[in-house]
Ligand binder design. Structure first.
Ligand code: C5P
Length: 397
């Protein structure tokens, strides 16, 4: 996505660097337009280096490319952060006296504005009026955070954290292609108890499943997230159920199957559980030098739900995951296609977990294969990967 980032002249201008980083790391093309006063606080060189794009806020250079129109028309999203009181006044008046103001008038892209200023300025009747005018025009304006300001004082007026700004902005630009769809997503790794303190588990953090739930929600879906042992914070999901074992996860999945349009099985489900768990903690002193744990197979939940979908003729799209230790991309594709067939699901997302990659990281690299024969590869943040999987899913749902 092409994101234009306007930076205006306030002390928080340096925080634009964090916003640029988050956007470029998520795979977006970022074009920064600082105002003349923003450049008193942060250098164009810094903005260029981080955004990997040239920074030239002069309205009267490259005139032949009509750059304010080009920037406005090609932007998928515009963020202004930090936005000063003066900027809010100029935007509310429709002024077009520099490249940023011209670009804002020449766009149809969603616009998110993140103001930052002293509390008195934020609460001044002029600013309050300008904010109300802009909101009436459909501009999304974040409330400033409360906390330490430039001097020793504190109050409302701090720029919200870069991750909050980026999340709010990306939500504005999300395609609404999953409106009216109910998607069940499993995340995390099941834990199979041995005794009340010990369990058999796996390295899954649940981050990819949570990213899928978050992004599907932004794209308009009603999402039920069944999370096995995740510690990541989860917010703004329609329905959220915590489970621990494969048996609990299976019960929740089958209880929802009749009400959903798609199931995404991102959870790492333990293939085996301990046959006889102990109610009491097993004591080292009583166990001797060796113990044998007898394991029995857990049901394959994905394969089971695919056969229920087929038997009952349900219109539910099924997406499976496969963590494979492949030696190269061809090998990964072969394994992915084999798993797609053996599980019988519509879409399979394979990732290469050789050398401990993926688990707990915010980056991922996947190959997505479908029953209809499409094969696509994606590298990037788990949010980028989630959106790619949802792009594939939304073509079929
Ligand atoms: O067979 P494998 O564990 O590689 O398959 C992974 C896929 O199958 C994932 O989508 C996972 O959620 C699902 N699975 C399952 N039940 C199991 C094991 C895996 O649904 N017992």
């Amino acid at each position: 996505m092409r994101v234009v980032l306007g930076v205006t002249g306030g002390i928080a201008a340096y925080k634009a660097t964090g916003i640029i980083r988050l956007l470029t790391e998520a795979g977006h093309d970022v074009k920064v337009i600082p105002t003349a006063n923003a450049l008193r606080f942060i250098g164009a060189t810094t903005l260029e280096a981080l955004s990997h794009n040239s920074v030239d806020p002069d309205l009267y250079t490259d005139v032949e490319s009509v750059k304010h129109v080009e920037l406005g028309q090609t932007a998928d999203l515009i963020i202004v952060a930090p936005a000063t009181a003066s900027f809010l006044a100029r935007m509310a008046s429709g002024l077009a006296d520099d490249l940023l103001m011209n670009t804002l008038l020449a766009t149809k892209a969603p616009i998110l504005v993140a103001p930052a200023m002293h509390t008195e300025m934020w609460q001044n009747a002029a600013t309050v009026g300008n904010v109300a005018t802009l909101r009436e025009r459909g501009i999304e304006i974040l409330e400033p955070a409360v906390g330490r300001l430039t001097g020793a004082d504190s109050g409302a007026g701090r720029l919200p954290e870069p991750d909050e700004i980026v999340a709010a902005a990306l939500a504005l630009a999300a395609p609404q292609d999953l409106v009216g769809k109910h998607i069940l997503i499993t995340a995390g790794g099941t834990q199979e108890p041995i005794d009340p303190v010990r369990f058999l588990g796996n390295h899954s953090s649940g981050m990819q499943g949570i990213a899928l739930a978050t992004e599907a929600t932004k794209r308009g879906a009603k999402v039920t997230l069944i999370a096995a042992n995740v510690s990541e914070p989860i917010s703004a999901i329609h329905e959220f159920v915590r489970v621990s074992t494969a048996a609990e996860l299976e019960a929740e999945v089958s209880g929802h199957l009749n009400f959903v349009d798609a199931v995404i099985m991102a959870a790492a489900v333990a293939d085996f559980r301990v046959e006889n768990t102990s109610d009491k903690k097993l004591k080292r002193s009583e166990l001797g030098e060796e113990i044998t744990l007898r394991l029995v197979a857990n049901p394959d939940i994905l394969a089971g739900l695919v056969s229920t979908i087929n038997l009952e003729g349900l219109k539910v799209l099924s997406v499976g995951f496969a963590a494979e230790t492949a030696s190269n991309t061809n090998d990964l594709q072969r394994l992915a296609e084999h798993k797609l067939e053996s599980k019988g699901c519509d879409i399979l997302v394979a990732n290469n977990v050789s050398n401990g990659a993926v688990f707990g990281s915010d980056q991922n690299s996947v190959l997505v294969v479908t029953k209809k024969g499409s094969v696509t590869a994606r590298d990037g943040s788990k949010t980028t990967i989630a959106n790619h999987i949802l792009d594939v899913l939304s073509q079929e749902i």
